[in-house]
Ligand binder design. Structure first.
Ligand code: CO8
Length: 224
């Protein structure tokens, strides 16, 4: 394994991190509510303009230092720790459902519900969302197995549309390894009917060699 897995936060800073994560989670929750309201509303153009002015004003309040592109946020651990702004699991991301992940004997299970903001065909999930969910679950399963890697191949099969506003169950597991290559598989079902596969996937991940890891993730070096 070439990518060092994230350490848990130091006890001294743990309280500060918890407060920061709680605030990020709260803002993420409100932003997801705003996104949901935005894509459902039938408000008049006047109202939309007024809201847009208000949102611009609110955005202007997020001032101060902005993190650099390759910087790992202090509230995160990578790989193998929290990802507060991930578009899949990030409690602070307005783009994320967000998926809650729990380990199993055989890999990982994720739970989430997609909303209208994730719509592809009317009433159903966007196929790209399914790919994102499965890529994340399989990628995190690689990390959980001690072999973190980047996706080099993702084969999707869409058997049935994913219903929106319906609790989903996403499974990711490692099926084999070959030197730096990790093979993984995943499925999406509803929570109510976990035996009917809606979407399945196979993927190949590769653990980059140390030089490539340093070049891709300079933030890992700074953390160490
Ligand atoms: C915490 C984690 C959450 C993760 C969540 C989601 C995951 C992601 O979204 S990752 C982002 C999307 N993926 C990427 O951006 C990756 C882009 N690709 C790359 O940067 C490079 O390909 C990289 C660094 C992964 C590997 O490059 P490199 O180390 O040069 O690999 P390379 O030497 O070409 O190949 C290594 C082996 O894999 C094989 N291989 C390469 N590509 C593939 C492929 N598509 N399928 C099968 N095998 C492949 C090669 O044949 C080689 O095999 P062998 O050792 O037997 O000869």
């Amino acid at each position: 394994m070439h990518i060092p897995l994230a350490e848990p936060p130091a006890a001294a800073g743990a309280e500060h991190l918890e407060q920061q994560q709680a605030a990020i989670t709260r803002l993420g929750h409100e932003l997801r509510a705003l996104v949901e309201a935005t894509v459902r509303t039938a408000a008049s153009a006047d109202t939309l303009h007024r809201v847009a002015d208000g949102v611009r004003h609110v955005t202007g309040q997020l001032t101060g230092r902005r993190r650099a592109r390759t910087e790992i946020p202090e509230v995160d651990g990578f790989p193998g720790g929290p990802r507060m702004y991930s578009p899949v699991v990030g409690a602070g991301s307005p783009l994320a459902p967000p998926v809650r992940i729990t380990p199993t004997d055989d890999g990982l299970i994720g739970h989430c519900t997609l909303g209208i903001a994730h719509e592809g065909p009317p009433g159903y999930g966007h196929g790209g969302m399914s790919a994102m969910l499965l890529d994340e679950l399989m990628g995190q399963a690689c990390t959980a197995a001690g072999t973190p890697g980047l996706t080099v191949s993702l084969q999707m099969r869409y058997h049935q549309p994913i219903p929106l506003e319906t609790p989903l169950r996403i499974v990711g597991r490692v099926t084999g390894t070959d030197k730096r290559k990790i093979f993984a598989a995943g499925t999406i079902t509803t929570q109510a009917d976990p035996s009917t596969d809606l979407v399945t996937a196979d993927a190949v991940f590769i653990t980059p060699d140390p030089d490539r890891t340093r070049a891709l993730f300079p933030g890992l070096e700074e953390e160490a």
